[in-house]
Design a protein around this ligand. Structure first.
Ligand code: ZN
Length: 205
């Protein structure tokens, strides 16, 4: 993965707005945020590397060991992802590729510019664990973020620090529009917990 460049503040604000728009459009109301669910709701096709034949898989690995997307002749977006990776990593890959699609970047199979990479990376980081949602679980450690948002330890560490920075600023300003949209989708702490509890209960019955 390339080292990320710093984008203009307006770009970060724009991407946060796009994240809120996508969460709302896909009616995502509980965590962890799933790249599989969002891709499916956006009518993108998903293809694991394990479904490819040997030659195709070698070609896919040459493009990226994580994943990439292409646009078919019919205008369909198809995301290819390496399903040998951990769930947390696969989910981040899907969110990253969804970011490239949503932000109207060129198909990543042909390579993206450093700016496009930085934008998609930020999109994935923000949608996987938006600070207004991290706030709802009231985390005391990186592990809390990892547990609730199903992120790798490294991604949780970055998200937790980003959250703490956000929290210190958020106290002194009003909520942004995109923050209100995200907060309203996840109505309350109870809402998130109840949904997760009922999900776990449904697994047990
Ligand atoms: Zn990319």
């Amino acid at each position: 993965m390339k080292h990320c460049i710093r984008l203009p503040d307006e770009t970060y604000e724009f991407i946060k707005g796009e994240v809120a728009f996508i969460l709302k459009k896909c009616n995502i109301r509980c965590i962890p945020v799933s790249g599989f669910e969002i891709a499916t709701k956006l009518k993108m096709k998903l293809r694991p590397y394990s479904a490819l034949d040997t030659i195709q898989k070698a070609a896919a690995m040459k493009i990226s060991s994580d994943g990439f997307f292409i646009e078919s002749d019919e205008g369909e977006y198809i995301i290819f992802y390496n399903d040998d990776k951990s769930y947390a990593r696969i989910n981040m890959t899907l969110l990253h590729e969804i970011g490239h699609c949503v932000l109207d970047h060129g198909v990543s199979a042909f390579g993206n510019t450093d700016i496009e990479e930085a934008e998609a990376k930020f999109f994935a980081k923000y949608i996987a664990a938006p600070p207004p949602l991290i706030d709802k679980i009231n985390p005391t450690s990186v592990d809390d973020v990892a547990d609730w948002f199903c992120l790798s330890w490294e991604a949780s560490y970055i998200a937790f620090n980003y959250f703490k920075k956000w929290k210190s600023v958020r106290r002194h300003r009003d909520a942004k529009d995109y923050e209100l949209i995200i907060e309203n989708l996840f109505v309350s702490n109870n809402n998130i917990r109840k949904r997760l509890t009922s999900y776990h209960e449904s697994l047990q019955t």
